[in-house]
Design a protein around this ligand. Structure first.
Ligand code: SF4
Ligand code: SF4
Length: 217
C-alpha cells in the first residue's frame, strides 16, 4: 500500500522571533508579484494582506499560520467546497470563496482571516450585492478568506530560493540563504533574519525526532 505523506507546515520558534514582520511582508510580496503592487509592498489602494500573522503578548512574539491539518476542519465547514488539499497543502480557491467566515471560526489556530479581494491592484467588485455609500448604490467589494498556502504556486515553480522575489529579499537584512540547500522554501522561512521559522516536512520532522529519540536512549 502506498504510504501517505503528511502535509508539510511552517512553525515558528517564539524565543527567536523579534517581531519584525519581515515574514508578513515577504508573504504579501510573493502572493502579489503578478499584480503590480508587490514592488511597493502595498499601495494606497492595496493594503498589505499577509497569510500569517505576527502576534504579540507581554512575554513573546511569534507568527501564527496554518498547520495544513490532515483532516482540515476548515474544509469540512466550507459550504461551497472552496478549501481543498492540493499537492501537500490545504488551499483556498479564492474565486469560489463567498466570504461566509465559517472556516475562520472552525480553525483551531486562528489561521484564517477575511479581507477584501484585490485583482490587479483594484478592489474586486461582486456582481450582485450592492451597498449604499453616500446615498448611492454601488457594487460591494468581495471579501474572501486568506491563509497560508505554503507558497504553493511559487514553490512548485521553484522560484522562491532563486531570489526572484525582490521585495522578499529586500527585507532579509541578514542576507542569509534560504534553508534546505536550495530547495524552494516558503517566503516567510527564506526571509526571517533570525531563522525563527522552519518548514516541517515529513522527511525533516520525522528524521529529526527519531534522531533526538535515539540520542535519549
Ligand atoms: S486553516 Fe486552520 S483548520 Fe484549516 S488546515 Fe489550516 S490550521 Fe487546519
Ligand atoms: S469564508 Fe470562503 S473558504 Fe471559508 S468557509 Fe466560507 S466560503 Fe468557504
Amino acid at each position: 500500500m502506498k504510504k501517505e505523506q503528511p502535509n508539510s507546515f511552517v512553525i515558528a520558534e517564539a524565543g527567536k522571533c523579534i517581531g519584525c514582520k519581515a515574514c508578513e511582508l515577504a508573504c504579501f510580496a510573493v502572493h502579489n508579484r503578478d499584480n503590480g503592487v508587490a514592488a511597493a509592498v502595498g499601495t494606497v489602494t492595496t493594503p498589505v494582506i499577509p497569510r500569517l500573522y505576527v502576534i504579540r503578548t507581554d512575554s513573546f512574539t511569534m507568527p501564527v499560520q496554518c498547520r495544513h491539518c490532515e483532516n482540515a476542519p476548515c474544509a469540512g465547514v466550507c459550504p461551497v467546497q472552496a478549501i481543498v488539499q492540493e499537492e501537500g497543502a490545504i488551499t483556498i480557491d479564492e474565486d469560489r470563496c463567498i466570504g461566509c467566515k465559517a472556516c475562520a471560526i472552525a480553525c483551531p489556530f486562528g489561521a484564517i482571516s477575511l479581507y477584501k479581494a484585490y485583482s490587479n491592484g483594484q478592489e474586486h467588485k461582486q456582481p450582485y450585492l450592492r451597498e449604499r455609500l453616500d446615498g448611492r448604490l454601488e457594487r460591494k467589494t468581495r471579501v474572501i478568506a486568506y491563509k497560508c498556502d505554503l507558497c504553493h504556486d511559487i514553490t512548485n515553480s521553484g522560484n522562491i530560493a532563486s531570489g526572484e522575489i525582490a521585495a522578499a529579499a529586500a527585507v532579509n537584512n541578514s542576507g542569509t540563504p534560504s534553508e534546505g540547500g536550495g530547495e524552494p522554501m516558503p517566503a516567510c522561512v527564506s526571509v526571517c533574519p533570525e531563522q525563527a521559522l522552519k518548514l516541517v516536512s515529513q522527511s525533516l520532522g520525522a528524521s529529526r525526532s527519531r534522531k533526538a529519540a535515539g540520542l535519549r536512549l
